[in-house]
Design a protein around this ligand. Structure first.
Ligand code: ZNH
Length: 141
C-alpha cells in the first residue's frame, strides 16, 4: 500500500489541485467520454459537452471527493461510505468504469503537473486512485 511519504505527497498534490478542481475534473471526464464512449450512457440526463456547466460542476465534485479522501487515506473507507452506496445501489455504475476514470485522471494530472509529475508522483497517484476505486467498488456483490 501507500507509504507515509507517498501519503504526504498525495495529500499535497490534491490540496493544490482543489482550486482548479473544476478544470481538472471536467478534463478527466471529457477524456473518459471520448476514450471510452460507453461511459457516456450514465450521463444521458446531463449536458456533458466540453465546458458545459454540468461537466464543470460534476468534474469539480469528483476532484473534491478525491481531495477529501486524500486528507486521511487511512480513513478512506469511512470517508467514502456515502459515495460507495450512491454508486453501488443508486447509480449502479459498473465498477469496471472506475479504472477508466482513474486512468483519465492520471493522464490529466500528468498534463497539469508538468515537471512535478515525477515517476515517484506517478506511482503514488496511480496507487491512490486504485485504492480509491477499490473502496468505491467494495459494496458491490
Ligand atoms: Zn461518480 C455522482 C465521485 C466514478 C458516474 N460521483 C458522483 C458524485 C461524486 C462522485 C462526488 C456526486 C455525489 C453527490 O452529488 O452527492 N465518481 C466519483 C469519484 C469517482 C467516480 C471520486 C472515481 C474516482 N462516477 C464514477 C464513474 C462513473 C460515475 C466511473 C460512470 C462512468 N457519478 C456518476 C454519475 C453521478 C455521479 C452518473 C450522478 C451525476 C448527476 O449529477 O446526476
Amino acid at each position: 500500500m501507500l507509504s507515509e511519504r507517498e501519503r504526504t505527497l498525495i495529500k499535497s498534490i490534491w490540496e493544490r489541485l482543489t482550486p482548479v478542481a473544476e478544470d481538472i475534473g471536467s478534463e478527466a471526464l471529457l477524456r473518459m467520454f471520448v476514450t471510452y464512449p460507453g461511459t457516456k450512457t450514465y450521463f444521458s440526463h446531463l449536458d456533458i459537452s466540453q465546458r458545459s456547466p454540468h461537466l464543470l460542476s460534476h468534474g469539480k465534485k469528483i476532484v473534491l471527493a478525491i481531495a477529501e479522501g486524500a486528507r486521511d487515506i487511512s480513513r478512506l473507507t469511512v470517508t467514502l461510505g456515502p459515495l460507495q452506496s450512491l454508486h453501488a445501489y443508486k447509480l449502479r455504475i459498473d465498477p469496471s468504469n472506475f479504472k477508466l476514470l482513474s486512468h483519465c485522471l492520471l493522464v490529466t494530472l500528468a498534463c497539469h503537473l508538468g515537471e512535478e509529475f515525477t515517476p515517484v508522483a506517478h506511482a503514488a497517484i496511480d496507487k491512490y486512485l486504485s485504492a480509491f476505486s477499490a473502496v468505491l467498488a467494495e459494496k458491490y456483490r
